[in-house]
Design a protein around this ligand. Structure first.
Ligand code: SAJ
Length: 430
């Protein structure tokens, strides 16, 4: 590792794996990616970027220099010295951990494991995954951890769209299965990441990650609950939250919204609540936060129905113009976006849906069912044609003054119209 001749393999070239592979290649390592998605593999090998937070030119240059390439089969594993697993860890339909990706990758690694390899899991999972799930599979080969091969966990902390914190300058927590495993994993990360923090075990590192995301899920649910109460009491939750933010200590600001989307917050806490049951422990905060963050999806639908009703318009047949469908602002990712469930429910109520998102041009499906909704221009004509505009994502590059001016009603789930001066009577904040 010290002279950068160690061969690094990143399994899973998504929003975590690709930035990581680029960072390692940039400091001189030869990095090989493995991804089951053949089109991603061919795009990368053609020097084409598909992850918003990765710099197009940087990637192209690294591929041209042959510092970075990709394949979609595991036969290359024996020649790799360090193998970093960045595959998805979703939930199944019953809201339980789906470790199928980790399982299949671990089997491939075990079948080709050789002396001297370092295996690092970055995918978010419940505490115990590395020690109880991956380690036995690797040691079933007869090789011994800490002696023949090395195993560690280091959580990814990627915040898509964050311009300030990238893979390089986001502190990295690392936990090894043995002290030597930790030492080797730490050495690897200190070569590309400014600040690396060792912890005493892989389980501590795994718990750290799920705690971080549970912390966000619970606090977002808190402001969502406060929002629903404030509306009953005719108090502006937006004003309350901003006033509370003036406290110089002991508070972090979260805002109400239409629900939580993304690859982490709606998912990771349930890895912990699932594992807790093994210890006869019910993580009530996590379950409650999950309930409230889903409840707000339907709360928004109710707001739309009531707003149309006030104009004597049934939802059925009304044209609802959804403004923004990404799971958070200024990114093009709609995974688990609240927009999907909200639009599906409005569709079921008979609404005619159109949408505009500057970063997403085609309507994704929700739970596999495609939602019929056409992408339309954010134009005066389209806005005037619609009975109601529903702001789900507060993208920055939108002229909200124009939106309000040209709309009949605006239901704003993000306070995106906070700076709009004229015709505020048309705006309904959640
Ligand atoms: N949200 C709110 N109100 C808030 C903050 C967020 O409704 O005050 C919503 C967002 O709109 C979004 C969801 O919650 O739909 C998740 O938001 P997020 O800011 O947690 O964004 P993620 O999931 O893309 O990124 C998070 C990281 N975010 C930050 O630390 C700011 C962090 O939790 C993890 O490093 C990362 O996921 C991950 O990969 O685990």
């Amino acid at each position: 590792m010290k002279d950068k001749t160690a061969k690094i393999c990143v399994i899973g070239l998504g929003y975590v794996g690709l930035p990581l592979a680029v960072e390692k290649a940039k400091v001189g390592f030869k990095v090989l990616g493995i991804d089951q998605n053949a089109s991603r593999v061919s795009m990368l090998n053609s020097g084409l970027n598909y992850i918003q937070d990765v710099n197009d030119d940087e990637l192209r240059k690294l591929v041209e220099k042959k510092s970075l390439s990709a394949v979609n089969d595991f036969s290359v594993l024996p020649e790799q010295d360090i193998i970093i697993i960045c595959v998805p860890t979703p939930l199944n339909d019953y809201h339980e951990p789906d470790l199928s990706y980790i399982e299949s990758v671990t089997k491939e690694i075990s079948s080709k494991l050789r002396i001297g390899q370092m295996i690092i899991l970055e995918s978010t999972s419940f505490p115990g995954t590395t020690q109880e799930f991956i380690l036995p599979s690797l040691e079933s080969t007869g090789l011994k951890v800490g002696k023949d091969f090395f195993l560690a966990f280091s959580p990814e902390r990627v915040d898509p769209g964050n311009k300030r914190y990238s893979t390089k300058n986001t502190t990295k927590v690392v936990g090894g299965v043995t002290p030597l495993c930790l030492e080797i994993a730490q050495l690897l990360y200190t070569q590309t990441i400014v600040n690396v923090v060792p912890v005493s075990s892989a389980s501590v590192a795994e718990m750290t990650k799920v705690f971080e995301n549970t912390y966000r899920a619970v606090n977002i649910a808190l402001v969502n609950e406060l929002m629903m109460l404030c509306n009953k009491m005719n108090i502006s939750v937006w004003e309350v939250v901003d006033a509370a933010a003036t406290k110089p200590f002991g508070i972090q600001t979260f805002y109400p919204g239409p629900g939580v989307g993304g690859h982490c917050i709606p998912i990771d806490p349930f890895y912990l609540s699932w594992k807790a049951r093994q210890f006869d422990y019910s993580t009530r905060f996590i379950e409650l936060a999950g309930e409230i963050n889903i409840q707000v999806n339907y709360y928004v639908v109710d707001k739309v129905i009531k707003a149309l009703n006030k104009s004597r318009k049934p939802v059925k047949g009304s044209i609802v113009f959804v403004l923004g469908i990404a799971y958070k602002k200024d990114i093009n990712d709609y995974r688990e976006s609240p927009a999907l469930k909200i639009m599906q429910t409005l569709k079921e109520e008979g609404a005619e849906l159109v949408f505009y998102d500057p970063y997403i041009k085609s309507m994704p499906g929700s739970d596999g069912k495609a939602i019929e909704a056409d992408w339309v221009e954010l134009s005066k004509e389209e806005l005037r044609k619609s009975d109601l505009v529903l702001i789900i994502t507060d993208h920055s590059n939108i002229d909200y003054e124009m939106v309000v001016k040209e709309s009949n009603i605006v239901v704003d789930t993000r306070n995106a119209t906070k700076n709009v001066m004229s015709e505020r009577n048309k705006i309904i904040l959640i």
